[in-house]
Design a binder for this molecule. Structure first.
Ligand SMILES: C[S@@+](CC[C@H](N)C(=O)[O-])C[C@H]1O[C@@H](n2cnc3c(N)ncnc32)[C@H](O)[C@@H]1O
Length: 246
């Protein structure tokens, strides 16, 4: 699979929203033939991307498991985050570079689509200029979620606004005010702030909450009916468009 003699190729592979059947044929082929797979995981967890490809791997595959330095979610504005995450990505890139230098192709796994808020981009950014590189797009998490919610997200000339839930409440409310359709990513512990912003923008009544879309343990519920239990990392809020009929 190597494109040039000597070095291996970095394949940055989107795996879809969680259901392994939503992986593309191309992703399954590359993951199934790669001598090395690389993936991020939280300490003590199997790794979500790794679990999607279970059953597709070569028997002798080498696994580069890259454990985040944080055991819990650290806020982006926390100084520890900036200090540690850059060092972590540098170390991960060095590990993969050693594989590529040895002529081994590496399949870097990513949930959803790699170029859509994917952490794999930080390694792609560091390595793609130096090594042969291919990227395989994936079905995004939000697409899997609105499908599972049986909710078309945009009709006609609706404009879709995609927001990270890590923004502050004022920024979220400003962007949501007057929106046609919206998707709020990275919900997790940001849920109370997101609820407040949706209320302020007057769109909370349309909002749908999806947890672990297309995965085991999936939950789809109107946001207004959601209890106040903490939301997991894989959760999203959808504000469907105006649902115009023609
Ligand atoms: C760092 S972003 C990665 C997005 C990914 N690259 C994609 O294309 O969907 C992670 C966020 O995506 C959302 N997400 C992705 N897949 C999801 C799923 N299956 N169910 C619910 N939320 C999901 C969550 O909001 C999660 O916090």
């Amino acid at each position: 699979m190597a494109l040039t003699s000597g070095t291996g190729t970095l394949f940055t592979v989107g795996l879809g929203p969680g259901d392994p059947e939503l992986m593309t044929l191309k992703a399954a082929r590359i993951v199934g033939s790669a001598p090395v797979i690389a993936y991020f995981a939280k300490r003590g967890r199997a790794g979500h991307a790794r679990s999607i490809v279970e059953g597709h791997l070569r028997a002798a595959v080498i696994e580069e498991r890259m454990e985040y330095p944080f055991t819990t979610e650290v806020a982006l504005e926390d100084p520890r985050y900036a200090a540690e995450i850059g060092t972590f990505y540098e170390a991960c890139a060095a590990r993969l570079a050693a594989r590529l230098d040895a002529g081994q192709d590496v399949a870097l796994l990513c949930e959803g689509d790699p170029f859509f808020y994917g952490s794999a981009m930080y390694l792609f950014d560091r390595l793609s200029g130096e090594y042969p590189s291919e990227v395989v797009p994936g079905v995004s998490g939000m697409s899997g979620c609105w499908t599972q919610a049986r909710t078309p997200i945009t009709h006609g000339d609706d404009v879709l606004t995609v927001l990270p839930g890590t923004l502050d409440e004022d920024a979220l409310a400003a962007r949501l005010t007057g929106c046609d359709a919206a998707v709020i990513m990275k919900v997790g512990r940001n849920l109370p702030k997101i609820r407040a912003a949706l209320e302020r923008a007057g769109v909370a009544g349309r909002a749908i909450y999806v947890e672990r879309g297309t995965m085991p343990g999936e939950r789809v519920v109107k946001l207004a009916e959601l209890d106040s239990a903490p939301a997991p990392y894989f959760s999203i809020v959808l504000v469907p468009g105006r649902q115009r009929t023609r």
